[in-house]
Design a protein around this ligand. Structure first.
Ligand code: CMP
Length: 140
C-alpha cells in the first residue's frame, strides 16, 4: 500500500475545549504522521468554499457559522491508506453512532459539532490540502 495524504480539521468545539493534543494523540496512535499543521480562524469565504458541496443542504448556514465561530487546526496527515484510516479513527459523523475508541465517540458533542473533519477520498484530500497549505508548509 502506497503512502497517502489526507486533510484534517480539528473543529471549533474541540479547540474550545483544549482538545488539540488529545485528538493528535489518537491520530498518532493510529500510525498517522502529522506532516502539516496550523491553527487558523477560518474566514466566511474559506468555509463557504470548503463546504461548497453542501451548499444546498439545510444545515449549510449553520455549518459555516460554526466553522467560523472560533479557531480550527488544519492538518495534513500522512501514512499507509491515510484517507480510510483517518475516517476509521474519526468514527461516524453522528457521534451517537461512532464506535468506541474513535475521536468522535470520545469528544464530539453532536452531528454538527463533531470535533473533526477528514477527507472522503484521495482526490478530495488533494483539493482540500491545496485550499489551506502551500507545498513548503508540508514536511514529510
Ligand atoms: P464534515 O465531515 O466536516 O463534513 C460536512 C459536515 O456537515 C459534517 O462533518 C457535519 O459536521 C455537518 N453536518 C452533517 N449533517 C449535519 C446536520 N444534520 N446538521 C448540522 N451539521 C451537519
Amino acid at each position: 500500500m502506497a503512502i497517502e495524504r489526507t486533510f484534517s480539521i480539528i473543529k471549533p468545539d474541540a479547540t474550545a475545549r483544549n482538545l488539540t493534543g488529545a485528538v493528535n494523540a489518537l491520530i498518532e496512535k493510529a500510525g498517522l504522521r502529522i506532516v502539516g499543521q496550523k491553527r487558523i480562524h477560518m474566514t466566511r469565504a474559506q468555509a463557504e468554499a470548503f463546504y461548497a458541496v453542501h451548499k444546498a443542504r439545510p444545515f449549510f448556514g449553520e455549518l459555516v457559522e460554526f466553522m467560523t465561530s472560533g479557531p480550527v487546526v488544519v492538518q495534513v496527515l500522512e501514512g499507509e491508506n491515510a484517507v480510510l484510516k483517518y475516517r476509521e479513527v474519526m468514527g461516524a459523523t453522528d457521534p451517537s453512532k461512532a464506535a468506541e475508541g474513535t475521536i468522535r465517540k470520545a469528544h464530539a458533542k453532536s452531528i454538527g459539532e463533531n470535533s473533526v473533519h477528514g477527507s472522503d477520498a484521495a482526490e478530495t484530500a488533494a483539493i482540500e490540502i491545496a485550499q489551506f497549505f502551500s507545498g513548503n508548509e508540508i514536511i514529510g
